[in-house]
Design a protein around this ligand. Structure first.
Ligand code: ADP
Ligand code: TRP
Length: 332
């Protein structure tokens, strides 16, 4: 039996290079190796209160970009989270054994409280429980995600194991973050600090659907500094981030070439950024073309979503039936 994979992307906007290299790039290979469920996490995106029109538009973006990445809706199951109400039911059961203290200690929760103190809602607090429900509903063991999601996976294991202990049965297997390389990926942003992300501010993220001119502009505006002042000096964060981005999109030779120039204090950031932008354009071009193609076909998108919901619910209903019985819900 093939192992089961579950992966989700929140419907909060278009996909960027971080989403691609952190998760989506692996999807095509994974669908041949494993039994895969790829879904659009639209329930998760409600924590930020999108308008109905934005919500719908963003669900479409992610669906289109999933398909453009090469996911085959016949080989894999591709669906929209809110089409599978069994996930919300499992979330409710898991919430009964998720404790305030551990939820409040989650790094992503603490980050959100800091960045958005006016909207600390209960959905944000229990975000990891919903994510655990997404994964456990299909009894998945492998979850392709970037480095930022490692703690959420640990919490999913905790909630699954707690359920198993409470009902005294090894029902849920343990899910782990997965990537084909030995390390989980963290793609930095263009603003000189931290990761690439949709919510990190304008100009930080390069989207797969960005046209070449937009990519050039964003990269040329990326935060850098006045240049190295000593040979072989350690790179400050903003510069290291640009080199890390180059490692992701450029050849090893190109990366080494600019590293050498930096170490010899001969680097010209203009040339360096130009090269980085061109390599980003080459890396994203095939995806961009497919995105434009798929987006035109609304009938196909509707069919994919409908077919995916049926397949996902089959698996989810089986789990919910068993979970209900384990909990003790019985008909009279
Ligand atoms: P965002 O952080 O942009 O809002 P999501 O939270 O929806 O995106 O993340 C979807 C997937 O993309 C997750 O698997 C996440 O780990 C991955 N991901 C997001 N940003 C990065 C990044 N900068 N580097 C690596 N992986 C990332
Ligand atoms: N929390 C993930 C993120 O922000 C998205 C997500 C929700 C997810 N449910 C999931 C990823 C289940 C993998 C499996 O990136």
């Amino acid at each position: 039996m093939k192992e089961t994979v579950v992966s989700g992307i929140r419907s909060t906007g278009k996909l960027h290079l971080g989403n691609y290299y952190g998760a989506v790039k692996n999807f095509v290979q994974m669908q041949n190796d494993f039994n895969c469920y790829f879904f659009i996490a639209d329930l998760h995106s409600l924590t930020t209160h999108p308008t109905p029109a934005d919500l719908h538009g963003n669900i479409k973006h992610v669906l289109v970009e999933y398909l453009a990445s090469g996911i085959d809706p016949e080989t894999s199951t591709i669906y929209i989270q809110s089409d599978v109400p069994e996930i919300a039911e499992l979330y409710l059961y898991l919430n009964m054994n998720a404790y305030m203290g551990e939820l409040e200690r989650s790094t992503s929760f603490k980050d959100k409280v800091r960045s958005n103190p006016d909207n600390v809602n209960a959905g944000l607090l229990t975000y990891p429980v919903l994510m655990a429900a997404d994964i456990l509903i299909h009894k998945a063991t492998k979850v392709p995600v970037g480095k930022d999601q490692e703690q959420h996976l640990e919490m999913a294991r905790t909630f699954g194991n707690r359920f198993n202990r409470l009902y005294d049965t090894p029902y849920f297997p343990e899910p782990y973050a997965f990537n084909y390389s030995e390390k989980l990926v963290k793609v930095p942003g263009l603003d000189g600090k931290g990761k690439m992300g949709k919510s990190e501010g304008e100009g930080n993220a390069v989207y797969l659907s960005d046209d070449p001119e937009t990519i050039r502009k964003k990269v040329m505006r990326a935060v850098s500094d006045g240049g190295p002042t000593e040979e072989n000096q350690e790179k400050p964060e903003a510069i290291q981030n640009l080199f890390d981005l180059m490692k992701v999109v450029s050849s090893a030779d190109t990366h080494e070439h600019f590293s050498d120039l930096y170490n010899k204090m001969q680097i010209r950031y203009g040339d360096f950024k130009k090269q980085l932008a061109e390599d980003m354009i080459i890396a994203t071009a095939p995806m961009r073309e497919r995105i434009m193609d798929v987006a035109k076909n609304d009938t196909y998108l509707r069919q994919v979503a409908k077919h995916g919901a049926i397949k996902a619910r089959e698996s989810a209903q089986k789990t919910i039936k068993e979970v209900r019985s384990l909990i003790g819900f019985k008909s009279f």
